[in-house]
Design a protein around this ligand. Structure first.
Ligand code: SF4
Length: 376
C-alpha cells in the first residue's frame, strides 16, 4: 500500500469510540515556559550565495562529509544537499541515510534531536550541525528528568515517545515512534494488552488515541508551528477553494485534523501532493515543505493553511524558528572549523538506540516504510 493510501482519509472514516482524553494537568501547569525565538531567515545577496555554495561544495569533499537536510530547511540547503550526493527527508529517514552513506562526517541541517538521532544510529561517524541552538518545542517541552519521574510513577505502562525528543528521553522509552507508523504501532501494542504513556506531543497523541481507542496517558508538549493552525480560518479558506484538497500534519490540533482530506507525515504529505489528482492544495505544516511539494508537482498550487495571524499573535508564522537557524553561512563555518559536533554519553546513546531499532524492526516486519516525524 502506498504511503498516501495508508493515510487516514478523515471524511471517509468514523472515529473509533475512544476513552476520555487523559492529559496530565499537573505537567501542563508546571511545564517550563518555552522561550520561542523569532523566525529569522538568512538573507544573502547573489554573489555571497554563489561564493558560499562553492565553498561548501569544496569543503564537503575535503572533509569527507555529506549534507543531510530536513524538508523544513531553506530551499538553498535542500538543493545543495541533493546536488552534492546528500539527502533531503524527515528525521528518521535522514538518520537511516546517514547509516548507508560512506562519509566519515554527516552534517545535519535540521534541529538538535535530528543530529542526536543521526549520532545514535551512526556512533562511528562525526555528526556536525550548523547551529546547536536549533531546538524543537516538543523536545524542550519534555525535559528528561521530569519525564523520567513521570514514567516512574506509572511503571505498569509501556513508554512510547515520538522521534522529536532528546537522546535522554529516548533512553527512557520502550519504543520510539514516527507519525507515519504511530497508528499501527499503538494498535499492535494494545493487542498485546499494553497501556501506554505517550510523549511528548499532546495533539498527535490525542489524534492517535481517538483513532485507536487505546488507553494512553499523554504528555503535554506541542509543536509551536503546527499548534498555531486554526480551524475557523481553514474552513473559510476551503470554502473559497472548494476543489482544493486539505493536507494536515497530525501535530496540528484535532479540530484542524478533522478538516483534512489527508492526515500524514511530511513524506506522506509530499506524496499526496504528487499523487492526488487535485490542482490546488491547502497545507497545514511548516511552509518549508512547499519547496519539495513544488519540486514534485510543479503545476499545482499550494496555499498555506491559516494560522493565528501575520502580526502580533503569530508565534512562528508557519515556519519553525529553530529550523530557520540553519543557513549557508553557519554551514560553511562548521565545515571549516569542525565545531558543533554532536556528543552523547555512551550509556545514553546505547540505551536510546534500543527503542529506535525496535521501531525499525517493527516497520520492516510490517513491510512498511517508516516515513516522517515532524518531523519535524
Ligand atoms: S516544526 Fe518540527 S522542529 Fe520545529 S518546533 Fe515543530 S516539531 Fe519541532
Amino acid at each position: 500500500m502506498s504511503a498516501v493510501a495508508s493515510e487516514r482519509i478523515m471524511r471517509d472514516r468514523r472515529p473509533v469510540q475512544a476513552p476520555p482524553l487523559v492529559v496530565d494537568e499537573r505537567i501542563m501547569r508546571d511545564r517550563r515556559l518555552l522561550q520561542v525565538p523569532p523566525t529569522v531567515v538568512e538573507m544573502l545577496d547573489a554573489d555571497e550565495q554563489v561564493a558560499l555554495i562553492a565553498r561548501i561544495k569544496r569543503l564537503l569533499v575535503e572533509r569527507d562529509a555529506t549534507l543531510v537536510a530536513h524538508y523544513y530547511t531553506s530551499p538553498e540547503l535542500q538543493e545543495l544537499a541533493e546536488a552534492t550526493g546528500g539527502y533531503v527527508s524527515d528525521s528518521l529517514d535522514m538518520a537511516r541515510f546517514g547509516t548507508d552513506c560512506t562519509s566519515s562526517t554527516l552534517v545535519v541541517a535540521g534541529v538538535r534531536f535530528m543530529g542526536e538521532t543521526a549520532k545514535i544510529l551512526n556512533p562511528e561517524k562525526r555528526v556536525l550541525m550548523p547551529d546547536l541552538q536549533a531546538e524543537c518545542s516538543l523536545d524542550l517541552g519534555c525535559p528528561a528528568d521530569e519525564f523520567t519521574a513521570f514514567c516512574d510513577q506509572h511503571p505498569e505502562r509501556t513508554v512510547v515517545v515520538y522521534a522529536n525528543t532528546s537522546a535522554a528521553v529516548k533512553a527512557r522509552a520502550d519504543w520510539v515512534v514516527t507519525s507515519g507508523i504511530a497508528l499501527d504501532l499503538v494498535r499492535h501494542l494494545a493487542e498485546r494488552g499494553e497501556k501506554l504513556i505517550w510523549a511528548p506531543d499532546r495533539h498527535l497523541g490525542a489524534y492517535v488515541q481517538r483513532e485507536t481507542g487505546v488507553d494512553m496517558l499523554l504528555w503535554s508538549a506541542a509543536c509551536v508551528v503546527h499548534e498555531a493552525f486554526k480551524a475557523d480560518g481553514l474552513r473559510k479558506l476551503r470554502a473559497a477553494h472548494p476543489d482544493a484538497k486539505v493536507l494536515v500534519h497530525p501535530e496540528s490540533p484535532l479540530d484542524v485534523i478533522a478538516l483534512a482530506d489527508v492526515v500524514g507525515s511530511t513524506t506522506a504529505l509530499v506524496e499526496a501532493a504528487r499523487n492526488l489528482p487535485a490542482h490546488t492544495f491547502i497545507v497545514a505544516t511548516d511552509n518549508g515543505l512547499f519547496h519539495k511539494m513544488k519540486q514534485v508537482a510543479p503545476d499545482k498550487i499550494f496555499l498555506e493553511a491559516p494560522i493565528a495571524g501575520k502580526s502580533a499573535t503569530c508565534v512562528s508564522c508557519a515556519h519553525c524558528p529553530w529550523m530557520a537557524m540553519n543557513g549557508l553561512r553557519n554551514l560553511a563555518q562548521v565545515l571549516e572549523t569542525g565545531d558543533n559536533e554532536i556528543v552523547i554519553d555512551a550509556a545514553i546513546r546505547e540505551r536510546a538506540a534500543l527503542p529506535i531499532r525496535r521501531l525499525l524492526q517493527f516497520a520492516q516486519q510490517r513491510k512498511q516504510a517508516v516515513l516522517g516525524n515532524n518531523d519535524a
